[in-house]
Design a protein around this ligand. Structure first.
Ligand code: ADP
Length: 408
């Protein structure tokens, strides 16, 4: 059967989206013949396991229940992502190809100075406190309820008034860091461990230190593995007076694991990928351990165009190339996820047109009657959205990149 996520199953026919031509196929080539199912699927350690005796030798001493929770809640077996799914970011893709993909696929050649780095930091854009949509304007005259609920990807944004927009619960806007980590994992057939630092300090609090140790033992056992830590700054931030003992110990454990001292992960192909929108808040000790630090910028016009074209493929639309160009120009400063949000919002336009006057009853609508998306729907959507990243925040990020970023 085709390998999960290969061009046969990705449904994209290997078409390159934005970026420098050829990088995606170079990445594919790096893994041709070596793409494999993660070991997680070949021999996951859990099963009908209740006791430690049933654990494989390499995991002896670990808590079986914790392993099971990690398998269920942290190992990500979601839809595969390939480099073709990522618009733009040519520099990041090229760098990752050389620094990560090649060493992961050929550890025999990439030894010593060329060895796979232990840590990769992907840093992107800072948010304006999570504000995404301007106000409830898109809902004027629509059949949607007065309290707006927006679905974007798997996130649901709920807000009642502009004053509540700045909720800290909103996830920062995406520039593709998670996508990149997922693509590395998929392309290298690695097991993908996906955890956000905020869940480490909330959901896993109390067992954090043990979790980190078990996580890396499991990652080594299931290697090659990518351990992806979102919002890593909140875990490895500069020391503060109100830092509690539990988080201090968890942080120390992380640094130990990043060093690879006395860890099975040292010999295995385990890569820690941290993502942050606030790299300047990272502790210096943590920063040093993320040997490679890649700036993931906002998409340029070419990348926005590629993304818009890609997203529009899934819906009936009547935008001319010139109109698409206008959308590209007007979405300057948008992150990849803002562009996604813009297209989602525009795609709702034809539905709102149709349902106006139906009092929200869509039961009688025929699929064939849904009109195409027009340019004016994009104009409407553009009037309700603004870029999530401020110029000032961008300047801070660029300065950090100049000081500590990886340029190759
Ligand atoms: P981050 O981890 O940087 O916050 P994500 O990688 O999770 O962002 O991106 C969030 C969403 O935004 C993705 O699921 C995708 O829909 C869209 N997106 C962001 N950047 C890109 C990109 N470069 N190419 C394609 N889609 C993108």
């Amino acid at each position: 059967p085709p390998v999960k996520g290969s061009s046969e199953t990705s449904g994209r026919g290997g078409a390159s989206v934005g970026g420098k031509k050829g990088i995606s196929s170079m990445v594919e080539n790096a893994f041709r013949g070596s793409v494999q199912q993660p070991q997680a699927q070949r021999h996951g350690p859990s099963g009908d396991r209740g006791s430690e005796e049933e654990l494989p030798e390499e995991l002896k001493g670990c808590d079986p229940l914790l392993i099971e929770r990690i398998e269920q809640e942290i190992i990500d077996r979601g839809d595969p992502v390939t480099f073709d799914d990522i618009a733009g970011l040519a520099f990041a893709k090229q760098t990752i190809l050389e620094l990560i993909c090649w060493p992961m696929s050929r550890p025999d050649i990439f030894t010593g100075l060329r060895a796979l780095p232990r840590g990769l930091l992907l840093f992107g854009c800072v948010t304006q406190k999570g504000v995404r949509l301007l106000d409830a304007a898109p809902l004027r005259g629509s059949a949607l309820p007065a309290c707006p609920i927006f679905h974007a990807d798997s996130f649901i944004f709920l807000f009642n008034s502009p004053a509540t927009h700045a909720s800290t619960h909103l996830r920062p806007p995406g520039t593709g860091k998670t996508l990149i980590a997922k693509a590395i994992a998929h392309q290298s057939g690695a097991t993908f461990f996906n955890i956000s630092a905020s869940s480490l300090t909330s959901k896993w609090i109390g067992e954090g230190e043990k979790l980190v140790r078990t996580l890396f033992r499991l990652a080594a056992y299931m290697s090659p593995s990518i351990v992806f830590i979102d919002e890593v700054d909140s875990l490895l931030c500069q020391r503060s007076a109100d830092e509690n003992e539990a988080s201090r110990r968890m942080k120390t454990e992380f640094l130990v694991q990043l060093d690879g001292c006395g860890s099975a992960a040292a010999a295995a192909r385990v890569l820690l990928v941290g993502a942050t929108n606030r790299p300047q808040e990272l502790d210096e000790a943590a920063r040093r351990r993320f040997v490679k630090r890649l700036y993931i910028p906002l998409p340029e016009a070419e990348a926005r165009r590629a993304l818009i074209v890609l997203l529009l493929r899934t819906n009936n639309h009547q935008l001319t190339p010139q109109e698409i160009e206008q959308v590209v120009t007007r979405s300057r400063g948008f992150s990849g996820s803002d562009v996604h949000q813009l297209c989602t919002e525009a795609a709702m336009g034809p539905i709102r047109d149709m349902t106006a006057g139906l009092a929200g009853d869509i039961t009688a609508l025929a699929v064939a009657d849904v009109p195409p998306i027009h340019f004016r729907h994009f104009l409407e959507a553009l009037s309700t959205l603004r870029p999530s990243v401020s110029e000032k925040d961008l300047d801070t990020l660029l300065a950090w990149n100049d000081d500590f970023g990886t340029f190759s």
